[in-house]
Write a protein that binds this ligand. Structure first.
Ligand code: AMP
Ligand code: TRP
Length: 333
């Protein structure tokens, strides 16, 4: 059976950027591709490349799992699990560290960005992170990996490692294709619309979290940075603020930009923003309701147990095969 896999880091509450750019895409794919097996995981090992408080980390892991289901991931269709509960990911990562080079990891733009921000030194984990990501992926032999644009470079490295290992050790891995969502692939910050909306931005006004209450959602949209032109027109080069809001509008309603522009012809930002606030809240309300049912339920634990068990089954076999091809341990009978 063909497979699709993706992961998401529990580094902060989910915001509409990650939701529209990534989670919603998974939900669509799960419905569109019934003959694929899906693996979606919470990348908690990736989250500790930069120190996280224990209580905060625990809470975020659980919250993310519940939100995934609340956003429409179907636990019957998708194996949802927590990365650290499947030990073969880390074991495979070590094998990849021995098959990747300092130079190629030093080139990763995400590493360079994050390393620059560390005040207390850069961990080895932050540096080797792309090898763990490659392990997360290649150990499942997926055909497709849905990710946001910012993960494209890591996917390319993953493919390089796969090809390199295939050449050295006789075709072990499927070389996966990234699936990058066309529109909504990037939602920008509400306060700085040329930068990505991010969980780690210190400015809370920059984002809308999925669990934000109605008044906050509306307030954030109202105070989103636009420009002084006052017309609702999509022009990301010159008018990033209003274009970002149009993107959010369009991804949620499925309306093309032209139609939205026509609808707000002759109207100002105020009316557009009021409508958008209501649209975003309508989208998030059912998610919040389902989340509240799930967050402390036995159901959620059972879903995560089932996902973990299937992931362990797949990854143990692949790890054993890979180690055998490399020549580690004793020859398999
Ligand atoms: P992260 O939350 O940074 O672990 O990202 C999880 C996934 O969501 C990745 O594939 C990201 O590329 C995607 N993503 C995160 N933030 C955004 C955003 N503002 N717009 C679109 N996609 C995003
Ligand atoms: N690095 C990804 C991010 O920051 C999360 C991630 C970890 C991931 N492992 C993965 C995504 C494997 C896809 C496949 O968004």
């Amino acid at each position: 059976m063909k497979r699709i896999l993706s992961g998401i880091q529990p580094t902060g509450s989910l915001n509409i950027g990650t939701y529209l750019g990534s989670v919603k895409n998974f939900v669509k794919l799960q419905d569109k591709l019934p003959d694929y097996e899906f693996f979606i995981f919470i990348a908690d090992l990736h989250a500790i490349t930069v120190y996280k408080d224990k209580q905060v980390l625990r809470k975020l892991i659980k919250e993310l799992a519940a939100l995934y289901i609340a956003c429409g991931l179907d636990p019957e269709r998708v194996n949802l699990f927590i990365q650290s509960e499947v030990p073969a990911h880390s074991q495979m990562a070590y094998l990849f560290q021995c098959n990747s080079y300092m130079g190629e990891l030093e080139r990763m733009t995400q590493f360079k960005d994050k390393a620059r921000k560390q005040e207390k030194g850069v961990t080895v984990g932050l540096f080797s992170y792309p090898t763990l990501m490659a392990a997360d992926i290649l150990i499942y032999d997926p055909d497709f990996v849905p990710v946001g644009k910012d993960q494209k470079q890591h996917l390319e490295l993953t493919r390089d490692i796969a090809v390199r290992m295939n050449n050295k050790y006789n075709d072990i891995f499927t070389v996966p294709e990234p699936l990058i969502a066309e529109i909504g692939a990037k939602i920008n910050s509400l306060s700085n619309p040329t930068a990505k909306m991010s969980k780690s931005d210190d400015n809370e006004k920059s984002r809308i979290n999925l669990l934000d209450p109605e008044n906050i959602i509306k307030k954030r949209i109202k105070s989103a940075i636009t420009d002084s032109m006052g017309t609702v027109k999509y022009d990301p080069e010159n008018r990033p603020g209003i274009s970002n809001l149009l993107t959010i509008y369009s991804v949620i309603t499925n309306m093309p930009f032209n139609d939205i522009e026509d609808k707000y012809e002759g109207k100002g930002y105020k009316e557009f923003k009021e409508d958008l606030g209501a649209i975003v809240f309508q989208e998030l309300k059912p998610i919040q309701e389902r989340y509240n049912e799930l967050i402390n339920s036995k159901e959620l634990d059972l879903i995560l147990d089932k996902g973990r068990d299937r992931a362990i089954q797949v990854t143990e076999r692949k790890l054993a095969k890979t180690m055998d091809r490399i020549g580690l341990g004793r020859k398999r009978k």
